[in-house]
Each structure stands twice: as structure tokens, then as C-alpha cells.
Design a protein around this ligand. Structure first.
Ligand code: ZN
Length: 450
């Protein structure tokens, strides 16, 4: 009898323990005590069916599948956040570091112009001395000679012409001896038109810095020769086709600027489908523990099948769960002369003042002007096909869509961390619906009448 009683008590205890463990499961936060710099703490997870969850005495929304997500604004110092269900109460402690006062880094002007040399290809020339600056005037090539006239923080100011300058990361450039010989000089300029492209070359005796600007109907390619004079700028005004891509190359002082018109028939296009993340990089984790990389790949494979059926040359940056670096994804697209690059992702939360439950649906990012129209079309066609909300079309500074060599868009099909979206992306036909939306949008974009 005593043994039976003991058994009963034990099973009762284990039942309570398992019920407690099952009241809710949290994907975020990852620990009960954390030191953070962020402004918000995020509570993302799943509640047991019909279990109500309170966070700091606020009853939070739970989707029918149990998914919930909640953000709590943090104050400097210690923040105690209490999460409660009818079975248990847990206390989370976030220690928010007070923001350090931003160092007032003033511009330090040099007494004399210094000569520098760019150390590697693709070195960004920013509009302001900040890595978060979205505007890049150019991506300079290795061996470009630059004149530097000031420094601020991690950046040097590159003098291009009177009242024209850009900022280059200090680690991207090395000072070299001022050359005593003749300043670089212009050699020649040449424009060649082909049926669907135009090629513009401009030659100098040295590797000089350049910028690209876009107007509504033209692309302005400029090469600066500040060693000759502060007004020495060589400008090429190149007519812009309605749908276009462009490439800049430089070799031994010769710039080649090529503007390509997008093929008017999708069967003549090479489309790179890029399933975001993969391997160790899981991407965002959903309320119920789903990993973004898996959903991205499902959508990408569905898209590949649809586009191949339409006769498109489709190339995949990954077809299974593996690591692929951002540089490799870009190089792959460039080497294969991709016309269009679609990067597929699902969104998560950022450290911005948001209502986590309101951030849902499809957003599409572009970086270059040539990709904005496709981004707009895709936002509509994806949300139409997969029943997601329209979140937004935004300019985004992502490495895979930065090159203008192709029309580049980054799709965030839905929010991994949104409880309502989790009801959508877990349905069996979500991936094929998103893929159909993307394929429809691409066809509409490419085939649209002039
Ligand atoms: Zn992602």
C-alpha cells in the first residue's frame, strides 16, 4: 500500500513537472539572465493549447497554433520581466547597458593632400563617413589612386573634385609616396552600341577614381583626375533603357562601363534563385521553432521548378542545406551573367520600436533603381498568391542585391516571428504559393510592354 502511494505521488509529481514544461516553450529569449545593448526584449514561443500567457501582467495574443510573440521596452539597468501561465511563473532579467555617449569625432583636415592606393576590389566609397550610410558613390577597384584630404573616425575623405568627395574605410587604403612625375592624363574615350547593350570605355595613364549617378533617363559615369586639377572630371552621359543592368570594370587605367538591356522574353533570361542562409546559418527562428533556412529552400526549389517549366535558365545558389557565403552568391551570379537575382528569406524582428504583432506579411527589398519596379510587382504578386499582408517595398543595403550587374531583389515572404504569419508559413502549400507569386511577378516584369 505504501509502495502504491509512493508510486501515485511520483506519477503525480512527474505529471505536474511535464505539464509545467509544456505550458509554454520559448524560442526567445535564449537565457533567463542577459546583458544586452538592445532597446527591446523579445518573447517568442508557443503556448500549450488554450493556455493563456501573461507577460508583465499583460495577457498576450496567442495564435490558434499556440504561437505568440511579445516585445518589452527595456530601460537602462536591470529589467525584470515576469512571464506567467496558470502552471508556472518565470522571471527574466535583462541588464541593459546604458548607451555610451557617441564620440564626437570631428573631421581632421590634412595640411597636404596625401596619395593613397586602394587595397582590394569592391571597396565602397561612401557619401558620409559611416558604415550605416546606404549611399555608396562607387565600389572602387584595387590599385585605384586616390587623394586623401581628411580623416574622421574609421574613414578617410577622398578628394574627387572641387566640392566633391567621398569616404573610404581606412583599412581599405594605404598611403604611398607622392609621385613626382607627370599627373595622370586622359588617353581616349569610346562608345559602342550593340543591339541590346552599349559599351563605353575611357582610358587614362593611371587608375583613377570614378562614381556612378542615375537620373530618370540616363546614367552618369564620371572619372576624376584631381591630380591634374580640381576641375578635371570626365563625364559620360549614357542613355538608360527602361529595364537595364550595368557593369563597371577597370584594368590598367581603362574603365569599361557596359549597360545591358534586359531581354524582353523571359526564356532569354538567366535567373539566379538564392535560398537565404543554410548550413550553420539558420536565419530567423519562428515561434514554433521552425528554421528560416528550411522554408527559404522549399520556396527556392518550388520557384526553380516553375521557372524551368517556363523555359527560363534557372541557377541555384544552393539546392540543399549547406553554407554559402554572401560573396560566393554574388560571384556566382556575376560569373553566370545573371539578368535577375531573387534572394528568398523570411523576416524576423529588428531592434526598432514596433508592435511585434503588427509586423507581418511580405516585404521586398531592392538596392539599385533598376530593381525597384520588380520589387513592387513582387510584393503584390506574392501577397496575392500566398495571402500574406503587404508589408512594404524598401530600399535595403544587402550585399547580394547591391551589384547593379543584375536586377536584384530580396524577398521576405512573411515574418517568422509573427504568430499569425506562423499559421501561414506552416501550411503545406505556402512555399509553392510564394514561388508562384514570385514567378508570376517576374514574368509580369520581364514581359510587360514598353
Ligand atoms: Zn533571412
Amino acid at each position: 500500500m505504501a509502495e502504491m502511494k509512493k508510486q501515485l505521488v511520483l506519477s503525480l509529481i512527474s505529471c505536474i513537472i511535464s505539464t509545467q514544461a509544456y505550458a509554454y516553450e520559448l524560442v526567445l529569449p535564449k537565457a533567463k539572465k542577459m546583458n544586452v545593448n538592445s532597446n527591446y526584449a523579445f518573447f517568442v514561443g508557443r503556448a500549450r493549447n488554450s493556455e493563456s500567457i501573461m507577460i508583465n501582467n499583460l495577457r498576450i495574443y496567442t495564435a490558434p497554433n499556440g504561437a505568440f510573440a511579445h516585445s518589452v521596452k527595456l530601460n537602462d539597468g536591470e529589467n525584470r520581466i515576469i512571464i506567467r501561465s496558470s502552471y508556472n511563473t518565470q522571471i527574466y532579467r535583462f541588464y541593459k547597458n546604458a548607451k555610451k555617449a557617441i564620440k564626437d569625432e570631428t573631421v581632421c583636415e590634412f595640411e597636404q593632400l596625401k596619395s593613397g592606393i586602394v587595397l582590394k576590389d569592391n571597396e565602397p566609397l561612401f557619401a558620409t563617413p559611416s558604415y550605416s550610410e546606404i549611399k555608396r558613390l562607387a565600389h572602387l577597384f584595387e590599385g585605384t589612386h586616390v587623394l586623401i584630404d581628411a580623416s574622421k573616425g574609421d574613414f578617410y575623405r577622398v578628394f574627387l573634385a572641387k566640392d566633391v568627395s567621398g569616404w573610404i574605410p581606412k583599412k581599405g587604403v594605404e598611403f604611398c609616396e607622392q609621385k613626382s612625375s607627370e599627373p595622370p592624363s586622359f588617353l581616349n574615350m569610346n562608345n559602342t552600341r550593340y543591339k541590346n547593350a552599349s559599351v563605353h570605355t575611357i582610358s587614362f595613364t593611371e587608375n583613377l577614381p570614378y562614381t556612378v549617378e542615375e537620373r530618370s533617363d540616363e546614367i552618369i559615369f564620371k572619372v576624376y583626375n584631381p591630380e591634374l586639377s580640381d576641375a578635371s572630371v570626365y563625364t559620360m552621359n549614357i542613355p538608360k533603357p527602361e529595364k537595364y543592368t550595368y557593369q563597371v570594370a577597370m584594368n590598367d587605367g581603362v574603365y569599361t562601363f557596359k549597360v545591358n538591356e534586359l531581354p524582353k522574353d523571359v526564356t532569354n533570361c538567366t535567373i539566379v534563385v538564392d535560398a537565404g542562409h543554410g548550413g550553420n546559418e539558420k536565419g530567423a527562428i519562428g515561434c514554433l521553432g521552425d528554421e528560416e533556412k528550411d522554408i527559404n529552400l522549399k520556396i527556392a526549389l518550388e520557384l526553380q521548378a516553375i521557372l524551368q517549366q517556363k523555359g527560363v535558365n534557372v541557377l541555384m545558389t544552393r539546392e540543399c542545406d549547406g553554407n554559402v557565403s554572401l560573396e560566393d552568391r554574388v560571384a556566382f551570379a556575376r560569373n553566370n551573367n545573371a539578368n535577375i537575382f531573387v534572394s528568398i528569406h523570411l523576416n524576423s524582428i529588428g531592434d526598432i520600436p514596433i508592435n511585434i504583432n503588427k509586423n507581418r506579411g511580405t516585404s521586398v527589398y531592392y538596392y539599385n533603381n533598376n530593381s525597384k519596379d520588380l520589387a513592387k510587382i513582387l510584393e503584390s504578386s506574392i501577397s496575392r498568391n500566398s495571402k500574406t499582408n503587404k508589408d512594404k517595398v524598401r530600399k535595403g543595403n544587402f550585399a547580394v542585391i547591391r551589384p547593379a550587374d543584375y536586377i536584384g531583389v530580396l524577398v521576405e515572404a512573411a515574418y517568422m516571428t509573427n504568430p499569425k504569419d506562423s499559421m501561414l508559413y506552416r501550411t503545406p502549400d505556402f512555399a509553392s504559393n510564394v514561388a508562384k507569386g514570385i514567378a508570376d511577378g517576374i514574368l509580369q516584369f520581364v514581359n510587360a510592354d514598353k
